[in-house]
Design a protein around this ligand. Structure first.
Ligand SMILES: Nc1ncnc2c1ncn2[C@@H]1O[C@H](COP(=O)(O)OP(=O)(O)OP(=O)(O)O)[C@@H](O)[C@H]1O
Ligand SMILES: [Mg+2]
Length: 305
């Protein structure tokens, strides 16, 4: 596992980083929500931001959108300062707690956002996006008549208007059914193929593990671990199913498997299966967050170091 500033920086030579964040800090009065975060996301990269409630994830996304000013540090989108018109043109954003006007029909809402984005995609873009999120038959349905998950799907379609270079999704699957979550995974993989960068905030670790290229775990406003989901996991031993039951070799690695099997067979055991285990992203998350100090209330009020 790697941690700290350098681990979340990658150089994307000759290409503008969709998101480059350096020394980012945010204070809300006494609350020090971000305490110096460095993250760079490359073209086509799916980046997961994880952390406990109150860790600073939504604050990070709002700063990247230019909805607030940082207390210190810089944020650029495709080389342009966050909040500038050029940066706004490059991003799509789905907020954590969004609310669309209840009277607005799905198609109408997308048309409004096309105007705000300056997209000339017209009815075709709207139809394609509604199809993409599974709302093709709901173009004329009012937001107020949609279920929570349908509204979240519409929110995703809205974020995709104008084919942004960077998509910022703050818990986009919290209201989705399993089919909807799978749709979002497929969508993110398509976006990666098109070179779109995605920042995904989520508490669904298994989902992040499945789809994200890189992950940063933040706690109390700081990055406490970062790397690929594979790097964040650790070897967790070898489990061998034998005639006499499951035999566990907690410290063994892949290289030791042939010798383990030979010894078991020599002892007279039949071997039915061998599993080389790694700890999950969930294990890595819990270890990183527990090591980072007290929980959400303390995080909010601890003065800066
Ligand atoms: N507008 C605000 N005014 C004052 N404090 C705020 C404001 N927004 C967030 N905070 C505080 O900043 C800290 C970080 O909040 P943030 O919403 O970024 O967390 P989060 O990681 O997104 O949490 P969650 O997983 O619950 O969505 C928290 O202590 C929160 O109380
Ligand atoms: Mg949040």
């Amino acid at each position: 596992m790697s941690s700290g500033r350098s681990a979340v920086k990658e150089v994307h030579q000759g290409r503008q980083a969709p998101l480059a964040v350096t020394g980012l800090q945010k204070r809300y009065g006494d609350v020090h929500a971000l305490r110096g975060v460095d993250i760079e996301i490359g073209p086509g990269e799916l980046f997961g931001l994880l952390g406990p409630n109150g860790a600073g994830k939504s604050t990070f996304v709002k700063l990247a959108c230019g909805l607030m000013r940082p207390s210190a540090g810089t944020v650029t989108i495709m080389g342009q300062p966050a909040g500038s018109v050029a940066a706004q043109r490059s991003i799509g954003y789905l907020a954590e707690l969004f609310r669309f006007p209840e009277w607005c029909r799905a198609d109408e809402l997308l048309a409004l956002h096309q105007q705000l984005e300056g997209s000339d995609g017209g009815p075709r873009e709207r139809q394609e996006l509604l199809e993409r999120v599974g709302l093709a038959k709901s173009a004329q349905t009012r937001v107020g008549a949609m279920s929570k998950g349908m509204q979240q799907r519409l929110g995703l379609a809205q974020a995709l208007i104008g084919s942004p270079r960077l998509l910022l999704l703050d818990e986009p699957t919290s209201a989705l059914d399993p089919a909807g979550r799978r749709m979002v995974r497929a969508l993110m993989e398509e976006l990666r193929d098109r070179g779109t960068a995605v920042l995904l905030n989520s508490h669904l670790l298994s989902e992040v593990e499945l789809v994200c290229d890189r992950v940063a775990i933040i706690a109390r406003g700081q990055v406490v671990a970062a790397g690929t989901p594979q790097e964040l996991g650790r070897p967790a031993g070898v489990h061998v199913e034998t005639t006499s039951g499951m035999r566990v070799f907690p410290a063994a690695s892949r290289e030791e498997v042939p010798a383990i099997v030979r010894e078991l067979v020599a002892e007279g055991e039949d071997v039915f299966s061998v599993e080389i285990r790694r700890s999950t992203l969930e294990d890595a998350y819990l270890a990183a967050v527990e090591n980072s100090g007290p929980g959400v209330d303390a995080a909010a009020t601890t003065p800066a170091a």
